[in-house]
Design a protein around this ligand. Sequence first.
Ligand SMILES: C[S@@+](CC[C@H](N)C(=O)[O-])C[C@H]1O[C@@H](n2cnc3c(N)ncnc32)[C@H](O)[C@@H]1O
Length: 424
Amino acid sequence: MESRKKNTGKKRNVERNLVSRINTLHSECENTYRRAVETAIEIGQLLTQKKLELEHGEWGKWVESNLAFTCRTASNYMRLYENQNKPELQKCKGVFEALSYLKEETNKNRTKTRQATKEYRRAYADMDLDYDNPPAGQYENKVIAGHNCQVMQEMLNHGMMAKYSAVLGSPPYNVGMFYSSEYDDEKAFDTYMNAIAEPFKYYPDLLRQGGRVIYIVPTFLENKHRDISGDYNYDFPYELRKRVEKVAPSLRFFGHIIWDKGDKAKNPINKKYGSFCSPERPSMRVGHEQIMIWSNEQFTLSSPEGIKPDITEETFLELSWTIWNIAPLVYKNNPHPCSYSSKLAESLIQFLTFPSDWILEPYNGSGVGCKAAQLLGRKFTGVDLNKNYCVYAKALLDAEKYTVSKARMKTILKGHKSLWKHLK
Ligand SMILES: C[S@@+](CC[C@H](N)C(=O)[O-])C[C@H]1O[C@@H](n2cnc3c(N)ncnc32)[C@H](O)[C@@H]1O
């Protein structure tokens, strides 16, 4: 009896010790986690100070040659430091939980920003802004609101034959983009392809010998909304080439460049399409576009008298490689849903035209192509169906670089103060 009691007491003691040990270790663990967050914040502070001391462009190299971790880890530390005062962050147990919290916050904010940008762009596209086209016959460094085919016919009527050295453009991709309530960007396939091929009828007359048509186009598009029968992914370059051969036989195919748009991480897979994680019918994420180039009558473009090329040997070597890795850009306050990258436009202009050459942008949009031409000392004419985009393009041409200031945008949007909140 006595010994049974002793045994039970002993067992209880062992149990009590075990529970207390577990709880002590747990609280040590929690303290360690919390200390880890504090330590991470301190690392973030040191990194932030160092980054401020460095010149633009030196940060990556500094991290690589001095630290035992990557730039991405460094950014995580710095984000923890930046957000250290958020009460939710202080409650986090461990660095991993803190980072997950920040990631979730960023995603929520990103979704809100995307939605707001979409609203701003839709509202802008449908505004009724005043835009005065230049008088008929004036095309030098002008932006014209109108249908490109009609404007090009008018150009030819005004003696603009063989004036241009390049057509640089990116047509709509027929993927349901919103360019205004009047524009249908989800046309039946043939209607769409015929509309895209039509402007080619005018290019041979507007281009001088050897003048280039440079088109930034989708590589292939999956048949998500189109009405072609069957399960068909259309190959845009192939379809366009077939039509160009018919409507503009003097345009000779010069070649193409693959524009690798980079960052997979920013374009997560849409699990709604195709068979996710199964070879049954996988959906492909298209990470590249194509730049198609034709040359008028002959491949050689002579240099204008007394003009030397403005491309360096280093840039030429880089650009003559047929894969270009250029990240797409988003510009502050730009109301257009798909402006192209200034680097892409500048590279194409430098690689394929001479200074003082004249460039035609038949799908001018926000005018990034014309701006690139202006900055590189070329002449230009931009045409777009939507006059509101022409208003913006004109403001961009007056700006120093590729951003229209908030003040200028406010004057453009003057009757629509509700849109000011979107300006940066
Ligand atoms: C893909 S976006 C071009 C964007 C432009 N590269 C930029 O940087 O902003 C196509 C543009 O073509 C315009 N567009 C479509 N059909 C047109 C036509 N037949 N004539 C003139 N512009 C047209 C649309 O309004 C839209 O702005």
